[in-house]
Ligand binder design. Structure first.
Ligand SMILES: NC(=O)c1ccc[n+]([C@@H]2O[C@H](COP(=O)([O-])OP(=O)(O)OC[C@H]3O[C@@H](n4cnc5c(N)ncnc54)[C@H](O)[C@@H]3O)[C@@H](O)[C@H]2O)c1
Length: 375
């Protein structure tokens, strides 16, 4: 893919949501030569104005409609919190902007379907922020599977473990916690990776179970969900996540193990970050929550990357700059599409529904059924 006539498209970038992730992408925009105009929006004026000052942004407002309607804007990043993607995404689509939407695409299945319909109807180039795809190890695995290194894949196992600091920080932002489940908010990353690796296979059945004994009463979310998917061609996949690991667990966010078995091979992925362990009497800041410190730390376990010399290095830098290249010069990139984001939401919510009902489900589930039963 490249732009028509190989022309470079000057980027007029709007970033809606200037929190942790909006800040990372905004700081990278400041240093990307193709971004010629930068406008920011946050309903929290203090947070937004601080980023505007730090990035030398050209414009700031607390009203996303005002920003997205500016004549300079032709591309938008929607980095609002999980429940707040729909409005600014639909306003961007209406204006025809190239789009980068943080995961999950939405937290309401019907709104998610409406987003995909609008994006496809308007022919918008829209991607979703599944940052793990930009880790070198997953790109290598994808390339092996694309080239059929294992024969036909028949069996996949996925185990995601997360420090409970993540759900606590996530649900504390909102009163609407019921849909912020481990699968919808975080398991979606490992689900996206596995569905990307299994590209072309169609899930047809699912059985899942959840528990909520550690986080349910205090935080209004679940601890863990495990599910077994069957695919049309007979492939089986067991997907398990717990985001209730104790705060003292040395991983700051995610640890992931995946096993993929094919008719002619096997590939195992250890992404647990136990290859770099720091232990010190001097407690160190624990990545994205500086107020928490650790004496033992699995280094590099914050998925976006790591700060060195005041800059973020790692997958979110590659993911963001690759998207700027996609918009600016038409680079072909492995970002998840809006349709991938919608499929991921449907599958993660189907796990929550199967667990709620305590019964197996045929897939796909109707978005209206998910909304009616999951709220
Ligand atoms: N890809 C990844 O690795 C990754 C990692 C963390 C978070 N995320 C996703 O990124 C998104 C943002 O997460 P975060 O950690 O930056 O959250 P955050 O709470 O730090 O920032 C969100 C910001 O959005 C603002 N906001 C909310 N509603 C708004 C609206 N209607 N208009 C303008 N601003 C609004 C809030 O005031 C806040 O400053 C979420 O969807 C999250 O799931 C992705």
């Amino acid at each position: 893919m490249s732009n028509e006539n190989g022309k470079k498209k000057p980027i007029g970038l709007a970033i809606v949501g200037c929190g942790t992730i909006g800040r990372i992408r905004g700081e990278l925009a400041r240093d990307y030569p193709g971004v010629e105009w930068l406008g920011l929006c946050d309903i929290d004026e203090k947070v937004g104005r601080k980023l505007a000052e730090d990035t030398g942004a050209d414009f700031f407002t607390t009203d996303s409609k005002e920003l997205l309607a500016r004549s300079e804007v032709n591309a938008a990043i929607i980095a609002t919190e999980e429940n707040e993607h729909f409005g600014p995404v639909m306003d961007s689509v209406e204006r025809g902007h190239d789009l980068f939407i943080e995961k999950p695409l939405a937290t309401n299945a019907l709104e998610s379907a409406e987003i995909v319909k609008a994006i496809e109807g308007e022919g918008i180039d829209a991607v979703v922020g599944y940052t793990l795809r930009f880790r070198r190890k997953f790109l290598v695995v994808k390339e092996k599977l694309r080239n059929n290194a294992l024969g036909d894949v028949t069996t996949v196992t996925t185990r995601a473990f997360m420090n409970r600091l993540v759900p606590i920080a996530t649900v504390e932002k909102t009163e609407h916690r019921g849909k912020l489940t481990p699968m919808v908010v975080s398991g979606t990353h490992s689900l996206d990776i596995c569905m990307w690796l299994l590209e072309g296979k169609k899930p047809v059945e699912l059985y899942a179970r959840s528990v909520d004994r550690a986080l349910g009463a205090s935080y209004g979310t679940k601890d863990a969900t495990t599910g077994i998917f069957s695919f049309e061609d007979g492939t089986i996949w067991s997907m398990s996540i717990s985001w209730a690991l104790p705060v003292i667990w040395p991983g700051s966010v995610y640890s992931l193990e995946i096993g993929i078995v094919g008719t002619e091979g096997v590939l195992t992925i250890d992404d647990t970050h136990r290859d770099m362990v720091l232990a010190s009497e001097r407690a160190q800041p624990a990545g994205y929550t500086p107020e928490i410190t650790r004496n033992v730390d699995f280094l590099t376990s914050y998925p976006p990357g790591d700060i060195a010399f005041d800059q973020l290095w790692g997958p979110m830098r590659e993911e963001t700059n690759a998207w700027y290249q996609r918009v600016h010069v038409g680079l072909d990139t492995p970002h998840a599409t809006a349709a991938d984001g919608h499929r991921n939401l449907m599958m993660t919510m189907a796990m929550d529904l199967s667990a709620k009902r305590g019964e197996a489900l045929k897939l796909p589930v109707d978005p209206a059924e998910l909304v009616a039963e999951l709220g």
